[in-house]
Design a protein around this ligand. Structure first.
Ligand code: AMP
Ligand code: ZN
Length: 290
């Protein structure tokens, strides 16, 4: 019989050494099924893996979508009995994502992506966690590859992996669901009554990868295994083209210490543009349950 989802995820965690004993892992949870399942599996196996697990939720303040997401992650954290940190963007930016993007004259999905990557590194780092786990799945990787091919950002594709090791400036990034398809995750979440919300981000239809991802549903249906083979072979290709792996070593942003190719990171630049104080991070307070 084919291996179940949990077994395959644990196989990746152990086989690729995604975590080590003593690691402090923050799972970035959106309220959606993917990160909920990643959190559920990591929390369930925390003791045998010798790791500590906490959840981090970024509250973008996108009206109903965010309040729904927030309630769901609180439910999840309580069910798993793990601490939850909620970072409210309004506290640092004075407003929610929609308005931040508007003021910057940028697409909301672009700003959201930049900020999510930023906080998913800087918050764990500042709170003493050395690993961040996300719910990225196989469908995400397909969308990511094709989108970057279209945009000519080959060097990003070279970085696609279930784990990016920690560096001086970044925590280790792990994707326990890297080889799992979205439909399998939904099924698993439903079978195990893992709390998640189906409320979609109102900006989702503008996300560049959305339609690319869905178009693969047809291909996968006709030729099961296509997604996995596609991602595997693109990773092989990226390794073969050695040059693309020679990425520049990033420097530390002079305001906040996050990695950047210049002197000031993209997020601090946004803050300067909006008249906010660069480098000032409002750290979330912990919620604990017993
Ligand atoms: P996305 O960027 O929406 O495709 O989400 C990819 C992963 O980022 C999710 O599986 C989560 O692990 C994480 N993530 C997305 N949104 C949030 C959020 N609001 N707060 C914390 N983590 C998030
Ligand atoms: Zn910065």
């Amino acid at each position: 019989m084919a291996k179940g989802l949990e077994e395959r995820v644990m196989g990746l965690i152990r086989g690729d050494r995604l975590v080590r004993r003593g690691d402090k892992v923050m799972v970035a949870v959106s309220g959606g099924k993917d990160s909920a399942v990643a959190a559920w599996i990591l929390a369930k196996h925390a003791e045998e893996l010798g790791i500590e697990v906490a959840l981090l939720h970024l509250d973008q303040q996108i009206h109903e979508y965010s309040s729904d997401a927030r309630k769901t992650v609180e439910k999840l954290a309580k069910q798993l009995s793990v601490p939850l940190y909620v970072h409210e963007w309004r506290k640092e930016w004075g407003t929610g994502l929609g308005e931040i993007a508007e003021k910057l004259h940028k697409a909301p999905c672009h700003v959201c992506g930049v900020l999510k990557r930023y906080y998913q590194n800087i918050i764990p780092k500042k709170l003493g966690y050395n690993v961040v786990a996300t719910g990225h799945n196989l469908d995400d990787s397909v969308g990511f590859i094709i989108n970057n091919l279209i945009n000519g950002q080959i060097e990003y594709i070279a970085k696609l992996a279930p784990m990016l090791p920690e560096t001086e400036l970044t925590v280790r990034k792990i994707k326990p669901l890297f080889w799992i398809q979205e439909w399998e995750i939904r099924k698993f979440a439903d079978e195990h009554s893992i709390p998640y919300t189906n409320t979609r981000c109102p900006f989702q239809q503008f996300a560049p990868t959305y339609h690319i991802r869905r178009s693969f549903d047809v291909v996968e249906e006709k030729r099961p295994g296509t997604r996995k083979a596609f991602v595997k072979n693109v990773m092989k290709l990226a390794r073969a083209v050695k040059k693309v792996n020679e990425t520049k070593k990033p420097k530390a942003c002079k305001y906040c210490g996050a990695p950047t190719n210049g002197d000031v990171c993209a997020v601090c630049k946004m803050k300067i543009k909006l008249g906010l104080e660069p480098g000032k991070i409002v750290l979330p307070e912990v919620m604990k349950w017993n």
